[in-house]
Design a protein around this ligand. Structure first.
Ligand SMILES: Cc1cc2nc3c(=O)[nH]c(=O)nc-3n(C[C@H](O)[C@H](O)[C@H](O)COP(=O)(O)O)c2cc1C
Length: 461
């Protein structure tokens, strides 16, 4: 938890947000002459980025993912294809090992959905990745944004929102059963002379029988450095927060109004406490964009240029893909009539009346979404102005750190590293060094295994 000690805040956790596609959090930044994100299918593009983030001592690189894409009523949204917004989107898993091979400390958080593959396939993949990264892997557990298209692609019906989370609880438990329960720590002997690979008394089949998932079998990978990857989650609906309280060690939150973010932060901490965990057993990381330059005027010019690359049509396509709501088809002078969705709820709830504040009109929602994007906060100014804004935001929300979202790749990150990071370091807000090899140790200063207070420890053999 970001607390003030003797007038000082804890160093922030800083991760990078990317996905395997032409990037741009707000607008189609890939169109910019200096942006390289359209090279997302080149391995070198990724290895060079990973080396840059490692050299800056950032904590991790997060790769978002979804099988879904923006579509409405079974039809592709033209603006999405034309502007490269949500389409295309490659699989992030294969690139992790290439990046791990050229780095030593950088963590990697990989997204997979609980509605696509059987849980045992997920467990084996992450166990293997935990080895290949020397314990630097985390799992962003999502129930699938753009759920309608993802479900249709998989030949399935869209499962209703809360049931998706019920299923996700079980999905996580099957993974935990396999990771924590199949092998004892010292099962691997590797005695060539005796011909003894592993001790048969220390390897076993595990069984899990739930309402939605079951497994009878072996995690066919010896125990990895963390056993269970760092568990991360990113849905902030009421049911999402409950899921986080039970399962997550870190939560990615959308930024935006600090009052709303503070409520989400508090709600997730309360949910952890309700599950018998400490309030600070979950790190709260806020998605944010940092636009900076040596002078205020230059920073504002960069910001204006970014907004000029964000169209109403492109923004509406992303909104529709996430929530199922077509803002362009609604009366611009009325608030949203729909108050819930079986797709992503956070971006619908964001624009409903609350706490005595009237609901915004559709035209204002579209403009707000066009200029702030799916995940919220934008900090603009000179490095000192931005760090002042960061301090105020963290003080007001209790967040533990940020997920640095892309505008221009790599220029936005270069600006953060070259201009903002030194000021954060000056003020003691960014770590100068870190301890521990694994991602869990890096985030918590403890590990490498799940803490005792996490329910997953009950699956330990
Ligand atoms: C910073 C951030 C990153 C996210 N990354 C992903 C992702 O990679 N894949 C995905 O399907 N959803 C992602 N989401 C969306 C959430 O997982 C979730 O689908 C969405 O917020 C709706 O969940 P809810 O109904 O519980 O709010 C992200 C959300 C945030 C705020």
């Amino acid at each position: 938890m970001s607390v003030w000690v003797d007038g000082c805040m804890n160093p922030l956790i800083l991760g990078i947000f990317q996905y395997i596609g032409p990037n741009g959090t707000i607008g189609s930044a890939w169109q910019h002459p200096s942006d390289t994100s359209a090279e997302f299918l080149s391995i070198r593009h990724w290895t060079e980025l990973a080396q840059k983030f490692e050299a800056a001592n950032l904590d991790f690189l997060f790769l978002a993912d979804s099988y879904g894409y923006p579509a409405l009523a079974g039809e592709l949204i033209e603006a999405s294809v034309r502007e490269g917004r949500g389409i295309p989107h490659g699989d992030p898993m294969p690139i992790i090992t290439a990046m791990a091979a050229v780095t030593r400390d950088l963590g990697f958080i990989l997204t997979t959905s609980t509605t696509v593959e059987p849980p045992a396939a997920n467990a084996r993949r992450f166990a293997t990745l935990d080895h290949f990264t020397d314990g630097r892997i985390g799992w962003n557990i999502v129930t699938g944004s753009s759920g309608a298209t993802a479900a249709a692609l998989m030949g399935k019906d869209l499962i209703s929102h809360d049931v998706r989370y019920d299923m996700a609880d079980e999905y996580v438990d099957v993974n935990l059963t396999l990771w924590e329960g199949s092998w004892k720590d010292d099962a691997l002997v590797l005695d060539k002379a005796a011909g003894l690979y592993a001790d048969p008394d220390k390897v076993r089949l595990v069984h899990y029988e739930g309402q939605y998932f079951r497994t009878d079998g072996l995690l066919n990978v010896p125990p990895s450095p963390q056993r269970t990857p760092l568990l991360v989650q990113a849905g902030a609906s009421g049911r999402g927060r409950q899921f986080a309280g039970r399962n997550a060690e870190a939560v990615f939150l959308a930024g935006g109004d600090p009052v709303v973010v503070a409520k989400n932060v508090a709600g997730i901490r309360e949910s952890a406490v309700a599950q018998g965990r400490d309030a600070d057993s979950i790190k709260l990381l806020v998605g944010a964009l940092f636009i900076t330059a040596p002078t205020h005027a230059e920073a504002v010019a960069k910001y204006d240029e970014m907004l000029s690359m964000s169209t109403r049509e492109g923004a509406a396509a992303i909104y529709a893909g996430n929530t199922g709501v077509d803002l362009l088809a609604l009366d611009p002078d009325k608030p949203l009539a729909q108050t819930s969705t079986e797709m992503g709820q956070s971006n619908l709830e964001r624009y409903l009346a609350k706490d005595g504040t009237p609901a915004p009109l559709v035209r204002d929602i579209l403009e707000n979404f066009r200029t702030t994007g799916i995940n919220g906060s934008v900090f603009v100014g000179t490095p000192h102005e931005v760090v002042d804004q960061i301090e105020a935001f963290v003080g007001a929300t209790g967040a533990d750190g940020f997920l640095i979202q892309p505008h221009l790749t790599p220029a936005t990150y270069d600006d953060f590293i070259d201009l903002i990071l030194p000021v954060l370091r000056e003020r003691g807000l960014a770590p100068v060094e870190h301890s521990g090899q694994t991602l869990r140790e890096r985030m918590f200063g403890a590990g490498p295994h799940l803490p005792e207070s996490h329910h997953g420890r009950a699956f330990r053999w």
